[in-house]
Design a protein around this ligand. Structure first.
Ligand code: GLA
Length: 689
C-alpha cells in the first residue's frame, strides 16, 4: 500500500512519540527556565514549540534584533535533550508594524480596521506585512538552521486571517484573472446577469464588502477560495525561506474543520500534518467531533502519522463558560489522537501564563505548581506514551473514506440556500456516528482523491461536486465499491451554479434515483423502512424523488405528508457495487440502518459485537485496538467473534490481560494487541482506481 511519506518520521525515528507543549518562557524571568526544564524531564516532555508569539521580543523595533535570549534557550533545551519545534512569530506582529504600516492591518467587510493590542492583526495580502514576516523568518532560519535542538519548523499560528481592504481587492482581482483569464469569464462564472451585476472593468471588482442585501454567491465562494490561497501563499513564502536555509521539516498548525482555509491544499504543501484540537468538557459527546477531526488529519496525511500540536490539559479560556476536565479526561482525550494516527500529544502551553489574554487557560504546569492533579496526570500520560512508543511511525490507513470538500462547504452554506437546518458538519457527524458506534475509523478525503484502497465511501454532504469527481465515484462503485450519499448532494457545479435536470444529475445513474424538488419541512414527516421495525422522522428536509433505474429499490419511504409513499432512502446495485442515497435529514437511528447496510455491502466487519456504548471509542492502529471510555461511569464492551477466538489480549499500558468481554473503568483506556482485521476474509473485492 502506497501511503504519503511524511517529514514527521525523521523526528519520531529518534524520539518515539512526541510529548510536549507550546513553551513561552519569554513570559517568565530567565531564572525559572532551569525549573521548567526539570519539570519537562519529570513529565517525559521531548518536544516544545518555541517562539510562536515572540516577534516583539526578537525585533523590538524595525531594524533592531535581539536573539540572545533565544540562543540561550535553545542551547539549554539542546543540552537537556529536548527537541524544538521552532515557530516563526508571524501570527502576532509587534505594534510598531501596524503603527508604521497601517496598511498591514486587516479590515472587516464594513471597513473597520482591526488594530494591534490583540494578535493576528495583519492582512494576508499586505505587502508590508509579508516583507516584515519574511525578514524575521529569514533571520530565524539563518541563525538556527543548524542548531541541534531544532527538529522542525512551525510557520505562523493557525493561519486564518481575512481582510477586505484595498490591497486585498487588488490581489483578489489578480487571482480572478489567473483563474478565469478574462473579465467576461468572471461575469459568466459569477452569473452577473442576475440583479444587474455585470462588471465593465477590473477596478470595479471588490471583496464581498458589507452590502444592502445578499451577495452574489459565486463572488463569496471565490473570495473564500482566494483568501484560502492567500493564506497558503503566506505559508509557502515563509516555508520557502526556511527551506532555502534549513533541512528540518516545515509545517503549520491547522484547526481541523476550520471554515476559513482549504486544508487539502495546505496538506500538499506541508511536510507533515499538524493540527490543534480542543475538546469541550462541557459537551460529553464532543469526543465524537474530536474523533472526526483526528480522522480528517488521518485523511489529510494520506493515512500516514500526523501531529496533535495543541490541545488542553483542562479548561480553555476562550469559550463563554470554560469547564475544567474531569480527572482522567486529559489521558483519554490525548490517547484518542494517538489511536487515530497522531504521533504526538502536545498542549497549549507548558507553563500557565500569569498575565495576558489567556491567563486562565490550563497548561501542563498550572500556576499552582507541580504538586497538582493536572501535573500528576501529565506525568502519568508521559509514562503511558513511553509504553506506546512502538506505535511511533505506524501508519494508520482506513478502509472507509468520508468525502469532504471546503469548496462545497463554502458554497452550500450561502445565505440563499433552501434551509439553514441542513448543516454540513451536522450531516458529517450524523453519518460518522454510526461508524463510531461500530468501532470503525475513517479517512476524511477530498472527492478527487483516488478511492482504490477503500471499501466504503461516504459522501454525507457534497452540494458542490465536479463532473470528473462524480464520474470517478461512479466508476469506483461500478468496479465493486459501496457509496453512501447524503441529501442535497451533487447539486451544483464548481461555480455554485445549480445543474439543470432532475437532481442529483451527475450521480443519477450511480444512485438509481432522481428528484425534482427540495422540500424543506415545516413539520416533521414519518419515514418507514421496508425491512426494519423503525419509526423514523425527518425533521427539516425532504426531497421529491422517484426511482430512476430497475436496479434500484426503496429502502425507506415517506409515510406521511405530501410525499407519502415516495422513496426517502434508495439502494442501487450499480455494476459490481452498491450505492445508497438518502433524500431526507434522518435521525441517528435511521442513518445507522443505512450505514449498517452499507457496511454489509462493503463486507466490512466490526471489532465489536453489537454497538459500543455512546461514550466508548474504539480505534485500531496497526496491531493495536484502543478502547477509550470518555464517560465518568464504567462501561461493558464485548469484542467480536474473531477477537474472542484469539483468547485474552494483553493491554500495552498496564500489562494486564483481558477477555473479549471486558469492563472499562470511568475514563479508562486499554490498548490491546489485536490480530483482528476489519476486512472480511471471504471478500474478493478488487476495486479499480
Ligand atoms: C489556539 C492558539 C494558541 C492558544 C490556544 C488557546 O490553539 O494556537 O495560541 O491561543 O488556542 O486554546
Amino acid at each position: 500500500m502506497q501511503l504519503r511519506s511524511h517529514g514527521l518520521k525523521n523526528v519520531t525515528d529518534g524520539t518515539g512519540l512526541l510529548f510536549g507543549a507550546d513553551y513561552n518562557p519569554e513570559q517568565w524571568p530567565e531564572q525559572t527556565w532551569p525549573e521548567d526544564i526539570a519539570l519537562m524531564k519529570r513529565a517525559g516532555v521531548n518536544i516544545v514549540t518555541v517562539g510562536v508569539f515572540s516577534w516583539a521580543r526578537l525585533q523590538p523595533e524595525e531594524g533592531q534584533w535581539n536573539f540572545g535570549w533565544l540562543d540561550r534557550l535553545l542551547d539549554l533545551l539542546a543540552d537537556n535533550g529536548i527537541r524544538v519545534c521552532l515557530a516563526t512569530p508571524t501570527a502576532s506582529p509587534p505594534p510598531w508594524l501596524g503603527h508604521h504600516y497601517p496598511d498591514s492591518l486587516p479590515t472587516t467587510p464594513d471597513g473597520t480596521t482591526l488594530w494591534y493590542g490583540s494578535r493576528n492583526q495583519f492582512s494576508p495580502s499586505s505587502s508590508a506585512y509579508r516583507a516584515a514576516a519574511l525578514a524575521v523568518t529569514s533571520r530565524l532560519a539563518s541563525r538556527y538552521a543548524g542548531h541541534p535542538a531544532v527538529a522542525m519548523w512551525h510557520v505562523g499560528n493557525e493561519l486564518g486571517q481575512i481582510s477586505y481592504d484595498d490591497e486585498t481587492a487588488v490581489a483578489f482581482r489578480s487571482w480572478l484573472l489567473r483563474r478565469y483569464g478574462s473579465l467576461d469569464a468572471v461575469n459568466t462564472a459569477w452569473g452577473t446577469a442576475f440583479w444587474s451585476q455585470g462588471y465593465s472593468s477590473w477596478e470595479e471588482i471588490l471583496p464581498p464588502r458589507t452590502a444592502p442585501y445578499m451577495h452574489n454567491p459565486t463572488q463569496v465562494l471565490d473570495f473564500h477560495r482566494f483568501t484560502s490561497e492567500a493564506l497558503l501563499e503566506l505559508f509557502m513564502a515563509e516555508r520557502d525561506v526556511i527551506r532555502s536555509r534549513a533541512e528540518q521539516p516545515v509545517t503549520t498548525n491547522l484547526m481541523g474543520f476550520f471554515r476559513g482555509a482549504d486544508y487539502f491544499r495546505f496538506a500538499k504543501e506541508t511536510d507533515f500534518i499538524g493540527n490543534n484540537h480542543y475538546v469541550d468538557p462541557a459537551q460529553p459527546q464532543s469526543w465524537e467531533t474530536a474523533a472526526l477531526t483526528h480522522d480528517l488529519c488521518r485523511g489529510l496525511a494520506g493515512g500516514a502519522p500526523w501531529m496533535l500540536m495543541e490541545s488542553a490539559t483542562s479548561a480553555v479560556s476562550w469559550r463563554g463558560h470554560n469547564v475544567a476536565k474531569d480527572p482522567g479526561a486529559l489521558r483519554v482525550d490525548s490517547l484518542s489522537a494517538i489511536a487515530r494516527g497522531s504521533d504526538a500529544v502536545c498542549y497549549f502551553q507548558f507553563r500557565q501564563s500569569a498575565f495576558g489574554a489567556e491567563r486562565f487557560h490550563s497548561a501542563m504546569v498550572p500556576l499552582a505548581g507541580a504538586d497538582t492533579r493536572v501535573f500528576r496526570e501529565v506525568c502519568s500520560l508521559g509514562a503511558d506514551l513511553q509504553e506506546l512508543r512502538l506505535l511511533a511511525g505506524t501508519p494508520a490507513p482506513s478502509r472507509i473514506a468520508v468525502l469532504f470538500d471546503w469548496d462545497s462547504w463554502w458554497a452550500s452554506e450561502s445565505p440563499d440556500r433552501p434551509s439553514n437546518r441542513l448543516g454540513v458538519m451536522d450531516q458529517l457527524l450524523a453519518y460518522y456516528r454510526p461508524l463510531l458506534r461500530r468501532g470503525h475509523c475513517v479517512e476524511v478525503i477530498h472527492p478527487s482523491s483516488p478511492l482504490g484502497r477503500f471499501d466504503l465511501v461516504l459522501a454525507p454532504s457534497l452540494f458542490l461536486l465536479g463532473e470528473k469527481d462524480a464520474e470517478a465515484l461512479g466508476a469506483w462503485v461500478s468496479a465493486g465499491g459501496t457509496a453512501v450519499v447524503g441529501p442535497f448532494s451533487g447539486v451544483a457545479d464548481a461555480n455554485g451554479h445549480l445543474r439543470s435536470g432532475r437532481h442529483p444529475a451527475v450521480l443519477a445513474d450511480m444512485l438509481g434515483v432522481t428528484g425534482e424538488e427540495w422540500r424543506p419541512l415545516a413539520n416533521p414527516v414519518r419515514v418507514a423502512f421496508a425491512h426494519e421495525p423503525l419509526e423514523a422522522e425527518a425533521l427539516s428536509w425532504s426531497e421529491d424523488l422517484r426511482i430512476h433505474t430497475a436496479s434500484a429499490s426503496p429502502v425507506a419511504s415517506f409515510a406521511s405528508g405530501p410525499l407519502s409513499g415516495q422513496p426517502a432512502v434508495v439502494r442501487n446495485n450499480y455494476g459490481k457495487g452498491w450505492s445508497w442515497y438518502a433524500g431526507a435529514d434522518l435521525p441517528q437511528s435511521a442513518v445507522a440502518v443505512i450505514i449498517e447496510g452499507a457496511l454489509r455491502d462493503a463486507r466490512l466487519t466490526s471489532a465489536v459485537a453489537g454497538e459500543l456504548p455512546s461514550d466508548v471509542e474504539l480505534a485500531q492502529r496497526g496491531d493495536y485496538l484502543f478502547l477509550l471510555n470518555h464517560g465518568d461511569g464504567s462501561r461493558r464492551v464485548e469484542l467480536n467473534e474473531h477477537l474472542k477466538a484469539g483468547g485474552p489480549s494483553l493491554d500495552l499500558l498496564s500489562g494486564t490481560t483481558h477477555e473479549a468481554e471486558l469492563t472499562l473503568p470511568p475514563y479508562g483506556v486499554l490498548v490491546l494487541k489485536n490480530s483482528h482485521t476489519t476486512e472480511d476474509p471471504t471478500s474478493q473485492q478488487q476495486n479499480g482506481n
